[in-house]
Ligand binder design. Structure first.
Ligand code: ADQ
Length: 485
């Protein structure tokens, strides 16, 4: 197996300065880290990324944070301007909202693009410094879509065994993508990779639709499974690789004594109530206000729920420096206050709201202890929370209400109650349906979902991606001819 070099914007931990020469190390939250960490821990390799602090990287705390990682960690430093214009700016005020179909949230500030490219160049330099002949390079996610081109410009790509990319978020349809001022430059950059992986069939379709409309010199060769593109004399493979979770590790955690005890404690606090769980990063794409409105509507229209359900909504802080995220948090606070103010009684509080990350044991205890998971992103590349919930339902019970716009819906539709996250009334009815669902139906549905989540786990995801990557012919990246095919 060739050496694996994983490259992502963030590393699996964040360094934070708490005073002169005082640093804290916090595990990073989020789907990419949850998925990639166990893979590198198992296989070894190198992880290149930014440790989350602007300015120079402090040597000793960094060495301490990575000492027991089980793989090599190479940091890339970002200045404050880089952080503001590349990370908060182009990545999270342009690409993130646009690719989640939320174009009105975009801030198409022209200067952001230059910094995005410059930082991608810096990542390419870091790769160039540590790449050896025949290394397999796997770049992750929307922050680094330009790195393939930057590597080709540096001539590094020729010696690699594969230059590949996986997009964790959705790829939008042309009508939305076409709003992007740099649409052609971005597609050209993406076409410098040898293999492009997406979460779902729909993302592949959308990407190809954009290529057809924007890149007149690219040719799509339709295939049943892996698609092929010809561009500037090179071949690019494209496929959907739905990301999974480390099922066994979640299941083992859920069975453990500590989690059993904690989930029992959780249940004991809310006797005679079915517990509904929402777990999200703070993000407007996760549909939290819509979910809260649906819950309110359910309590309003279906009085049998009052006093018999509790919504536990856990939100992990994220990107709070972006003003929109701050406003968004205030909106959630108001909605929670409104529901609790309106419906609570002397011995029942309808929403338990926590604005913090949970440690792994606590998270697992919540998955194990809650009867219903309420997962309703407006759009999501995959959504790992839905899969983690299924993995922790060791008694094969529990109901999942899932947005039809989460990538996970493609795999879990046979067991989940699928809803349109923009349809508050439909979601409210789904709450009632889940509440009334018989044990036999819950079990039948959960069994089906657990089978898929167990089989299509994160190791299978990585294997299937690397298997395709391994078949890339070395040198396929070298331009052979510029003839249109
Ligand atoms: P995210 O947008 O971060 O990931 P998601 O897939 O749901 O979304 O992953 C969130 C992760 O953070 C989960 O592993 C979850 O356990 C954890 N998490 C969330 N809230 C938490 C809390 N309060 N406390 C502790 N942990 C919490 C991006 C894409 C997704 C895609 C993943 C992986 O946006 O669509 O599924 O990458 O590809």
């Amino acid at each position: 197996m060739n050496r694996l070099i994983v490259v992502s914007n963030r590393l699996p931990f964040a360094l934070d300065s708490t005073g002169e020469d005082l640093w804290t190390v916090t595990p990073a939250a989020g789907g990419l880290v949850s998925a990639v960490e166990p893979v590198l821990r198992e296989r070894g390799g190198t992880w290149i990324g930014w440790p989350g602090t602007a300015g120079e990287i402090p040597k000793a705390p960094f060495a301490e944070a990575t000492r027991n990682a089980g793989y090599k960690v190479v940091p890339v430093a970002l200045t404050e301007t880089d952080r503001d214009e590349f990370y908060y700016g182009y990545s999270n005020e342009v690409i993130w909202p646009l690719f989640h179909d939320l174009q009105n949230f975009c801030n198409f500030e022209p200067g952001y693009w230059q910094t995005y490219k410059a930082v991608n160049d810096r990542f390419a330099d870091a790769i160039a410094r540590c790449a050896q002949a025949n290394d397999f390079i796997w770049i992750h996610d929307y922050h680094l879509m330009y790195v393939g081109q930057a590597l080709r410009e540096r001539g590094v790509s020729q010696k690699l065994s594969g230059l590949t990319f996986f997009l964790h978020i959705p790829f939008p349809p042309y009508d939305i993508f076409s709003k992007l001022p740099q649409q052609q430059r971005l597609l050209r950059a993406l076409l410098q990779f040898d293999l492009l992986g997406f979460q779902t069939r729909r993302d592949v379709r959308n990407f190809l639709g954009c290529v057809r409309r924007v890149m007149s010199d690219a040719r799509v060769v339709p295939r049943r499974d892996l698609q092929l593109l010809r561009f500037e004399g090179r071949q690019i493979r494209l496929g959907h690789f739905p990301i999974g979770i480390d099922f066994d590790s979640f299941e083992r955690g859920a069975i453990s004594d500590a989690v059993t005890r904690r989930s029992q404690e959780l249940r004991a606090r809310f006797q005679d109530c079915q517990l509904i769980l929402g777990v999200d990063r703070l993000d407007y794409s996760k549909g939290i206000p819509e979910r809260l409105r649906a819950y309110r509507d359910a309590l309003e229209r279906h009085p049998e729920l009052r006093g018999h359900v509790v919504l536990i909504q856990v939100v992990v802080p994220s990107r709070v420096e972006i003003p929109r995220y701050h406003e968004f948090k205030q909106r959630i606070d108001r909605l929670v206050g409104d529901i609790n103010g309106h419906f609570s009684t002397s011995n029942w509080l309808p929403v338990q709201y926590h604005f913090r990350g949970l440690d792994r044991e606590d998270l697992t205890a919540h998955y194990r202890g809650c009867d219903i998971a309420f997962v309703t992103p407006l759009k999501d590349g995959m959504n790992l929370v839905a899969k983690e919930y299924c993995a922790c339902r060791i008694n094969e019970d529990g109901a999942l209400i899932l947005s039809q716009f989460a990538g996970a819906a493609e795999q879990l539709k046979t067991g989940a109650l699928l809803v349109n996250p923009y349809d508050v009334e439909e979601m409210a009815d789904a709450v009632l349906k889940a509440f009334r669902m018989t044990t036999a139906e819950r079990t039948a549905r959960m069994k089906r979902m657990r089978r898929v989540v167990r089989q299509e786990n994160v190791f299978r995801w990585v294997d299937s991606f690397l298997k395709v990557g391994a078949k890339l012919t070395v040198g396929s990246s070298k331009p052979r001819t510029r003839t249109k095919l």
